[in-house]
Design a protein around this ligand. Structure first.
Ligand code: 6GU
Length: 244
């Protein structure tokens, strides 16, 4: 899968790309991430990419020309038979990103992630390019870069071969097949500062362990995220366990 990240601050991604699971996936040829600096498409001598809003008001607006031309140039980097990829614009005005959206995006061969800054994009960027607008939550970030990293991170771990089998993402919380929060986990020592690991996890009785974990997941979900239990089951997902 190929990601193209269009941003005024490609350096923000550099550390992330050279670390972690993503680095492994890139090295193994499963993922490619290309960074593009929108400023490279600025025309003026001073390479301005933003300007004051018509009508007045605080902050600066990203000019349409460098953004549109950067997107078009990146979209044209492909073989004739390849589709141009899904264009996603990161904005707090967008469709809310969640695990379902991550699973949907993971089906794509190529995503272009367009990161904004300042007070946003000139409306003609959206009018001309018709991007899908995506938000990572109901709060305001200083720019789309952290949101784009969030999306890359969540999507990459869903790609076949990226996680080892032992860390399969299929049972992750919030995925189509699981609307429960994760159960508690313990490791050694068996007792720490007077807190003991539950006996059931120590006796090797795997049906009992599975049942304890199921109940713990359900208990946590009820306490913390009742909304996950209230929302109707999705096509193809398992029913939540009985609430007893
Ligand atoms: Cl995608 N961008 C910005 N700037 N703020 C956000 C966001 C995106 N999602 C939530 N807040």
């Amino acid at each position: 899968m190929r990601f193209d990240v269009l941003t005024l601050f490609p350096e923000i991604f550099s550390g992330y790309l050279s670390q972690s699971l993503l680095k492994l996936a890139i090295d193994r040829g499963l993922v490619r991430v290309d960074l593009h600096n929108i400023r490279d498409w600025a025309r003026s001598k001073h390479r301005n990419v933003d300007d004051r809003p018509f009508g007045g008001g605080p902050g600066m607006v990203l000019k349409p020309e460098p953004v549109v031309e950067c997107v078009e140039a990146v979209q044209s980097q492909r073989d004739a038979e390849q589709p141009p990829g899904r264009l996603i614009l990161l904005t707090p005005q967008g469709r809310r990103f969640d695990q379902r959206v991550a699973e949907e995006l993971a089906q794509s061969d190529r995503l272009l992630l367009l990161c904004g800054r300042y007070e946003g994009f000139d409306q003609r960027v959206m009018d001309l390019l018709s991007p899908e607008e995506v938000s990572v939550g109901d709060f305001v970030l200083n720019g789309g870069e952290v949101a784009a990293m969030t999306i890359v991170d969540a999507v990459v771990r869903l790609l076949p071969g990226v996680l080892g089998d032992e860390n399969s993402s299929i049972e992750d919380s919030f995925s189509r097949g699981n609307r429960l929060l994760e159960h508690a986990q313990y490791t050694r020592p068996r007792e720490y500062r007077g807190l003991a690991v539950p006996d059931v996890l120590l006796n090797g009785n795997h049906p009992d362990i599975a049942e304890w974990r199921r109940q713990d997941s359900l208990r946590r979900t009820r306490d913390r995220r009742q909304d996950l239990l209230d929302s109707p089951a999705e096509e193809g997902s398992h029913e939540p366990p009985d609430a007893d």
